[in-house]
Structure formats: structure tokens, C-alpha cells
Design a binder for this molecule. Structure first.
Ligand code: G3P
Ligand code: CA
Length: 219
């Protein structure tokens, strides 16, 4: 079972920062999860919200700032995070911002062609299933994770349709039976965001493929 650090190691360090990803790596995670939006100069920035208000001292939409302005606020680019990771674990890139599918596919292709990364080093997920379809069309070799906080059944049907690699349901949607059903259909099950030791124990007993947690050291 894979241990995946949510937004790095959000329980220990500020989310989606270099310090947080370094902490997750130090905890020997199998993977890190992160969120992406585009800057005004079309760089892929690692930040959860569409605005910088909650996580920085600034105010406004990510898309209205240049990458250098955002970097000054400790928001890393995806390139900076990948170079830090240096293939020490896989990277689950969650597409949040509009228009992130193609730039992310292009960046992944670049790392595979020029930097000796492999497809197994990446996993692209999103709640926006249209963007996942776009990824699948652009490069079918990229592993896709179907995110849902609503319905395991619908996610399973869509995962079959686009030949996804994994299904990523909120952990509250899981039962032992539906985990087995997704796996019998050939999909890995990565669930989120499981933080308390009680919840982690319960979810582990369902034999999921991986747990995404703010505290990957508790898994
Ligand atoms: O990818 C799992 C999880 O991060 C999805 O929800 O809101 O934390 O991005 P959220
Ligand atoms: Ca996320």
C-alpha cells in the first residue's frame, strides 16, 4: 500500500511549498500529491486555491500574477518541485486550474524525453473529468486518476471509459465492497485525505492501493 503525502506533508509544513515536499521526501513517502494552476505567463504553479489569499500574504487570482511574482510568495513552479523530487517518489499532479491539461502533458513529456523520468513517476488526477479526457487524448501513456467526492459508481464508469489507472474517492465514500469492486475492474484505489490514526486503520483494512494523507508518517 502506497503512502502519499498530501500537498507535500501538509500536517507538518505549509501546504504545497518546497519545505513541505522536502518533509514528505524525508518521511520516505511513495508519492506526493500537489495542485496546479497557471500564472499570467503560463507557468505551471503549485497552489491549491485559484487565489493566493489563503496561503500567502498576497491577495488576488493566481492567473493575474507572473510566475516570478508568485515565486516571491513561496509558491513553487511544478518544475521546481519535480527537480527537488528527482524521481525519489512518484508525483500525483492534480489539475485544478482551467487550461492546465496541455501544459502539464507537455511538461511530463519533456521530463520523460530529456530528463530520464518515466511514466510511472507521474499520476495526473482531477475532479474536472473533461481535463482528464484531454490528457488521455494528448498522451494515452500518462497514468490518470479519477477524483470523486460524490460517487464511486460514476467514477468507476468514467475510469473504464477513459482507461484510467486509478480512482481517487474521498475516504468517506469507501466500503470494503466498493474498494474490491474497483480493484476487480483493474483500477488502483487511492483515497484522501485520511489523517486520524483511527481512520487510517479502518481504511487500511479495506485494502486500498494507497492513502493520501497530511501525515504520511501515520500510515
Ligand atoms: O487529490 C486528493 C485531494 O487533494 C483532493 O482534494 O481539495 O485537497 O485538492 P483537495
Ligand atoms: Ca489536491
Amino acid at each position: 500500500m502506497k503512502r502519499i503525502g498530501h500537498r507535500g506533508a501538509k500536517g507538518h509544513e505549509p501546504e504545497n511549498t518546497i519545505i513541505s515536499f522536502q518533509k514528505a521526501i524525508n518521511l520516505n513517502v511513495d508519492g506526493i500529491e500537489l495542485d496546479v494552476h497557471l500564472s499570467s505567463d503560463d507557468q505551471i504553479m503549485v497552489i491549491h486555491d485559484e487565489t493566493i489569499d489563503r496561503t500567502t500574504n498576497g491577495k488576488g487570482f493566481v492567473k493575474n500574477f507572473t510566475s516570478s511574482q508568485l515565486k516571491e510568495l513561496e509558491i513553487p513552479t511544478l518544475t521546481e518541485v519535480l527537480d527537488l523530487v528527482h524521481r525519489s517518489c512518484f508525483v500525483n499532479i492534480e489539475l485544478k486550474g482551467i487550461g492546465t491539461a496541455k501544459p502539464v502533458v507537455d511538461l511530463i513529456s519533456d521530463y520523460i524525453l530529456k530528463k530520464n523520468w518515466e511514466y510511472i513517476d507521474f499520476l495526473v488526477s482531477s475532479f474536472d473529468w473533461k481535463m482528464l479526457e484531454e490528457v488521455q487524448l494528448l498522451q494515452p501513456k500518462i497514468r490518470i486518476g479519477v477524483l470523486t467526492e460524490a460517487s464511486v459508481e460514476e467514477a468507476l464508469a468514467f475510469a473504464k471509459k477513459i482507461k484510467a489507472f486509478s480512482i481517487h474517492p474521498n475516504f468517506r465514500l469507501l466500503t470494503k465492497e466498493n474498494v474490491a469492486l474497483m480493484q476487480e475492474n483493474g483500477f488502483e484505489v487511492f483515497t484522501w485525505t485520511v489523517n486520524s490514526t483511527d481512520d487510517i486503520q479502518k481504511i487500511k483494512s479495506f485494502k486500498v492501493s494507497g492513502i493520501i494523507s497530511d501525515f504520511p508518517d501515520r500510515i
